[in-house]
Structure formats: C-alpha cells, structure tokens
Ligand binder design. Structure first.
Ligand code: FAD
Length: 348
C-alpha cells in the first residue's frame, strides 16, 4: 500500500503532462500505464499552439529535432473550389504545425515525467477504484494499491474512471467510427500540406506524417458497417491507390462526447477521458495537454487551500465544458457546409 498526493492513470500526452505539472509543484506523483512503450497511437499532426506547451513541459526541443515536416495550414476540398485554411501569422511569420511520431512524443513526455520525480509504473493496469464514502481515494492496480489525495484519469478513450463511477456522458453526435491507416510513399500535392476532402458520405483526411509515410483517416457521417470499413481504403484519391498500405486499417470510436462531471471529490478527468470529438476538430493532443495542465493547477490549488477545492473543481468543469460546446458548435457549422451534410445535424 502506497500513498501519493496524485495518482495518474494513463501515460499519453494528458497523463504525462498532468504528472509533470504536479511533480514540478512539489507533489508526490505516481503514473501508471498499462502498455509497454513504444506503443501505437494516431495523432501525428500537431497544431502550432502546442509548441509553447511542450516547451513548458520541457520537451520543446523534441519538436525541432523530430518534426522535419512542418505545415502552415491545410487544404480543404469541401464546398466549392479547394481553399487553404492557414493557422495564422504574427510578426515572426506564419504559424506552422508539426508532424511528429506519437511514439517519440509520448516517450519523451514519459521520460520527462520520470526526470521530474514521478514514480512511473509500467506496464501496470488500473483494475478497481478505491473510494471512501463519495470520495475517490485511490486505485487498485494489477500490482498494488495506490492511495492518493487526487486521482487524475488520463486513460484516453478507455474512460476508465468514468466507467467505474458510472458518470453520465453528454453525447453530441450519433455513434461515429473513424477508419484510418498508412500508405508508404510520397505523392504531390499531399507531401507539403494535409488535405481534407469531402466524400459523398463524410470526409477523408490525408497527411504526410513522415518523408515516406502518408496517414489517411475516413469518417462516414451515417455510421460504420463492415462494408463501409472495407471500402475506406478504396475511397482514397486515385493518385494514392497504387501506394502500398503500411500496417492494418484500424478503427476508433470518435463519437462526440463529454463527461457530465469532469471533476469531483478526489478526481479529475483529462484529455480524451474527459471529452472527445472526431479528428476533424484537429487538436486532440493540444486539448489533452491543456486540460492536463489546468487540472494539475486545480489539484495543487485544492491541496494547498482545501476550502478552495470545490471552487477549483467547478472552474475546471466550466472551462472544459465551454471548450467542448465551442468545438461542437464549430464542427456543426463546418459540417453544415458539406455537400451532403449529416442527416443528424439539427437545424441552427
Ligand atoms: C484516427 C485518429 C486520428 C487523430 N489524429 C489526430 C491529429 O492528427 N492530431 C491531434 O492532435 N489529435 C489527433 N487525434 C486525437 C488524439 O489521438 C487524442 O486526442 C490524444 O491521443 C488524446 O491523448 P490522451 O493522453 O487523452 O489519451 P491517449 O493518448 O489515448 O493515452 C491514454 C493512455 O491510457 C492508457 N490506459 C488506458 N486504460 C488504462 C488502465 N486501465 N490502466 C493504465 N493505463 C491505461 C492507455 O494505454 C494509453 O496509453 C486523432 C484520433 C484518431 C482516432
């Protein structure tokens, strides 16, 4: 039996960022991850807003060392002629996103967490929630019982704590499944910028994530059948069909959802464990880092000033809820402009 100020479940970007920020504030932190690294995760195209966050977390150099592919925005083939959506610019020039291997990003963040004094347990799986009355007090893992003043759930799409606590989720779309995979090679015009193409049933996103590796994701608005999944790779633009596929075609649940209680007595949910949208929202990793850093601040404030715990939780809840609502409104507006908008979109 071990006692910590904070136990974090999951060592993706959200888990590592929250662990690093808590440890830097002098808290005793344990981080458990069920998989051995390197492990596969999609999400190589990073929004430029991520740069200052990774610098704060101490892994900013990784971007410049690893991300040889940079992009100033994306081409959108949606309604009318293709248009280029630039990220923006300031006095220093255009803002540029990064193509980074998730194995390298997640590995660097985990190493940084260990250097910050976080006790990392891997592979180690959260098995059972420990509570006292209504308060979360720790987790039983496949190795040990870990007790904590706060549990931070960063278990991604597994949503481990939400399931344990049976938290209600707010759904903003019907069930959506993204199909995705990789092609070996490099073909213009995809080599320099990602492209988002409207298709008769949804969209396809294409991004050159390494010099000879192209990522594709396809989302069908009207559900996912085995038939649709088999067709996903064949929906690729003509010029790409000759490229050999690298690895399997995978699927991910990308239903728009947000937990109704992202903070409560003794816990915070961060990253995909708190809320998720489909990848057209294009900043899953950025949101994972920002929510983690906010939650770490709230945990610290709550431990330092116990009477402020409820306030810190309520502020986090409001902040993340407003972000989700904002993103949903944005995606809905965007999908309404699709040549064949999803039937499930309510009128404005
Ligand atoms: C097809 C697709 C394409 C995407 N493309 C992009 C993109 O280009 N850019 C972008 O920014 N985002 C993208 N995303 C979103 C991005 O992948 C996620 O938003 C991001 O990975 C969320 O990070 P996280 O730390 O919350 O969760 P994750 O990265 O999923 O990490 C969760 C971790 O928790 C661990 N875990 C789960 N359960 C347990 C347990 N019981 N015990 C211990 N450990 C556990 C898992 O093993 C995992 O390592 C994409 C998503 C999909 C599906």
């Amino acid at each position: 039996m071990k006692h910590f100020d904070v136990v974090v479940i999951g060592a993706g970007p959200a888990g590592c960022a929250s662990a690093i920020c808590c440890a830097r504030r002098g808290l005793r932190v344990a981080l458990i991850e069920r998989q051995r690294f390197p492990r596969f995760r999609p999400g190589e195209s990073l929004h430029p807003g991520i740069e200052p966050l990774l610098q704060q977390l101490g892994v900013g150099n990784l971007l410049h060392a690893q991300a040889t592919l940079r992009f100033e925005g994306q081409w959108v083939h949606w309604n009318g002629p293709p248009r280029f959506n630039a990220f923006g610019a300031d006095a220093n020039g255009s803002w540029r996103g990064f193509q980074v291997s998730r194995a390298q990003l997640d590995g660097a963040l985990l190493q940084q967490a260990a250097s910050a004094g976080v006790q990392v347990q891997q592979p180690c799986r959260a098995r059972k929630l420990l509570t006292h009355g209504h308060r979360v007090i720790g987790v039983e893992t496949d190795r040990d019982c870990l007790y904590a003043s706060y549990l931070i759930d960063a278990s991604g799409a597994a949503g481990w704590l939400g399931r344990q606590l049976q938290l209600t989720e707010q759904f903003a779309s019907p069930a959506l499944v993204a199909r995705y995979g990789y092609l070996r090679g490099c073909v213009e015009p995809y080599a320099s910028h990602p492209h988002l193409h409207a298709t008769p049933d949804g969209w396809t996103w294409l991004a050159q994530v390494e010099a000879q590796l192209l990522h594709w994701t396809h989302l069908s608005f009207e559900g996912d059948s085995l038939h649709a999944s088999a067709l996903s790779a064949r929906r690729l633009p003509e010029t790409l069909r000759a490229l050999p596929q690298e690895g399997p075609t995978r699927g991910a649940d990308v239903t728009w959802r947000h937990s109704a209680a992202v903070a409560g007595e003794g816990y915070f949910l961060v990253g995909d464990a708190a809320s998720r949208l489909d990848p057209a929202s294009s900043h899953g990793v950025l949101k994972a880092l920002m929510s983690a850093m906010q939650a770490a601040q709230a945990v610290h404030d709550g431990l330092l000033h116990p009477p402020l715990q409820n306030l810190a939780q309520a502020q986090y809840q409001r902040w993340l809820g407003a972000w989700f609502e904002h993103d949903v409104a944005h995606l809905r507006r965007f999908y309404r402009q699709h040549p064949c908008p999803p039937r499930w979109l309510s009128p404005d």
